[in-house]
Design a protein around this ligand. Structure first.
Ligand code: 5GP
Ligand code: ZN
Length: 145
């Protein structure tokens, strides 16, 4: 009987290397290897940016699902809310304040808007850099699919 060809997997790496990779991932260092939103934040990838400050930026979603569909992202590469910690308390609060300001700016504060944060694959997260969707300008049904 033929044995399956030996394949590479993460488990085979020595423990110290695994720890190092995990640490680098958590600290956001892996983002330098191609996170689209880090690249937008660094102005290395084009985007329709409507607002930016020291901590965050806001740009239009490339595939809008509503007349207003903005993404609010921290400059810091946080993968998702799963990574949120006490250290990020002020940052996460700041993102929500910016959402409110953008809603006013886009004149959807009166009619209504929805904020969404997808976390991991089953919730539909496709970009693994934390982002808040801000949707408005049409009637949004409930519950979402
Ligand atoms: P998620 O599915 O992770 O919650 O949301 C990712 C969102 O980012 C999607 O709505 C997608 O259309 C948007 N998106 C993905 N890549 C880009 C990009 O390169 N530029 C912009 N502006 N939006 C993007
Ligand atoms: Zn990133």
């Amino acid at each position: 009987m033929r044995l399956p060809a030996p394949g590479w997997n993460f488990e085979m790496l020595p423990f110290a290397l695994k720890k190092l990779l995990f640490y680098a991932y958590k600290r956001g260092m892996m983002s330098m290897f191609g996170c689209a939103f880090c690249q937008i934040a660094a102005h290395k990838k084009p985007a329709d940016i409507l607002y930016e400050d020291e901590h965050c930026l806001v740009f239009r979603d490339i595939h809008p699902k509503a007349p207003v569909h903005l993404l609010v992202i921290p400059r810091k590469h946080l993968v998702s809310l799963n990574e949120g910690s006490e250290e990020d308390k002020a940052l996460l609060g700041h993102l929500l304040i910016v959402v409110g300001k953008m809603a006013k700016d886009q004149r959807i504060d009166g009619t209504g808007y929805r904020t969404i944060i997808n976390t991991n694959a089953e919730a539909g997260q496709t970009i693994f850099h934390l982002h808040i969707h801000l949707l408005g300008g049409r009637i949004l049904h409930w519950p979402p699919g």
